[in-house]
Design a protein around this ligand. Structure first.
Ligand SMILES: [Zn+2]
Length: 74
């Protein structure tokens, strides 16, 4: 079984310490940069209907705070 060109590119970027989606420098997360991770989170919340994290409620706080609206730019 051969690995796809896309998968090889993603694995290379992860090994270099870069985002597997856009190639930007990673800081806090395992495979995605902060901007891609936040956009992933916002999309997931819209799809599933969950609410953002609030202080004093259940769950751990996000490593990067939720932006007020939409995707964070850095
Ligand atoms: Zn990215």
């Amino acid at each position: 079984m051969t690995t796809s060109r896309q998968y090889r590119w993603q694995q290379k970027k992860i090994a270099e310490g870069r985002c597997a989606r856009c190639g930007a420098k990673r800081k806090h997360y395992t495979i995605l940069c902060d901007s891609c991770q936040i956009s992933n989170r916002v999309r997931y919340q819209q799809r599933v209907g969950t609410q953002p994290w609030h202080k004093g409620k259940r769950g751990r706080p996000p490593k990067i705070p939720q932006p007020i609206r939409g995707r964070a730019r850095s």
